[in-house]
Design a protein. Structure first.
Length: 304
């Protein structure tokens, strides 16, 4: 099978439209429809439902999607596989990070990669640990930054750093006027917190069980951006690292108080996907991430 029909399939899937996909590849809608039809006949399955509003993936199309992404990504890395020496590093490296730790780490990574390896191109995604593990397992990304020790089949991993978790509240709230907050007090506050099995949520649930407490979960939010907006309105509290709320603290919107008795430390790990050979470019970006982790801002315990 040739790769170009798969690339076209991905264009249609991404845009939800044969005509928009045709515009992207400087072709026509009938030509794109004909090529997709040929791919469907070759695979023996219908990949799209044609509707008046565009094209929607069928069940077969949804099954093909991650494999098509993986195959085309592998082809895109051929130049990287045969690259000779750091100066020749090129190609696309796909990195996914949890939102709670992506900034400023991703910003620093992009700047450092452009400086040291200008021929390389990074693709950055955000997602919860479970989603990143799925992407790694499908081969849709090369590197993932997660807050739970990954299963061995996902690939090689390195612990980057550990950060202490904080009670987060609206700036000026009495609960964060103190520098520290006892865990038992944190557990009683109405919390806007991620659903299980989020890394930070797992840690505080485990500590609550050890202490014979039950967290007062008011709302579960799987978006750190929405969580911060909810907390900034007042009346709700949450859990985050210092870096995750640094911008909002600087803007006078949020404040934090370090959780103690006991302290809660969250670890973050870099996973090098084991689905395919990690070429020189992937290894170089992994090295940059580990280098930046060693310079982590704020209180942190460095990984090894």
């Amino acid at each position: 099978m040739e790769l170009e029909p798969l690339r076209l399939f991905l264009r249609v899937a991404a845009t939800g439209s044969f005509s928009r996909a045709a515009a992207l590849v400087a072709s026509t809608q009938p030509a794109v429809s004909k090529r997709i039809g040929a791919l469907e006949r070759e695979l023996g399955a219908r990949l799209f439902e044609r509707t008046g509003r565009g094209a929607r993936l069928t069940q077969a199309g949804r099954r093909l999607l991650p494999r098509a992404e993986s195959l085309t990504a592998e082809a895109d890395r051929l130049a990287d596989v045969i690259a000779d020496g750091e100066q020749a590093l090129r190609g696309v490296v796909r990195v996914a990070s949890q939102p709670s730790v992506s900034w400023p780490l991703v910003g620093d990574l992009v700047a450092l990669a452009r400086d040291r390896h200008p021929a390389m191109r990074l693709q950055i995604a955000e997602g919860p640990t479970r989603q990143i593990e799925e992407w790694l397992g499908d081969g849709r990304i090369d590197l993932g930054i997660v807050s739970v020790v990954p299963p061995p089949e996902l690939g090689e991993f390195h612990t980057l750093f550990e950060v202490p978790l904080m009670l987060v509240a609206r700036a000026g709230d009495p609960e964060v006027r103190r520098r520290t907050t006892r865990f038992a007090r944190f557990a009683r506050l109405p919390l806007a917190i991620a659903t299980m099995p989020n890394g930070g949520r797992v840690l505080v649930e485990e500590e609550a069980r050890r202490a014979g407490l039950e967290l007062n979960v008011a709302v579960e939010v799987n978006s750190i951006h929405v969580m911060k907006k909810l907390v900034a309105r007042g009346g709700l509290y949450s859990l985050a690292s210092q870096n995750a709320i640094a911008d909002e603290v600087a803007a006078g919107e949020l404040a934090g108080s370090r959780i103690v008795e006991p302290e809660i430390w969250q670890s973050f790990h870099l996973v090098i996907g084991g689905r395919r050979h990690a070429g020189a470019a992937v290894q170089a970006v992994a090295h940059l991430i580990r280098e930046l982790a060693g310079r982590a801002r704020g209180p942190a315990r460095r990984g090894k």
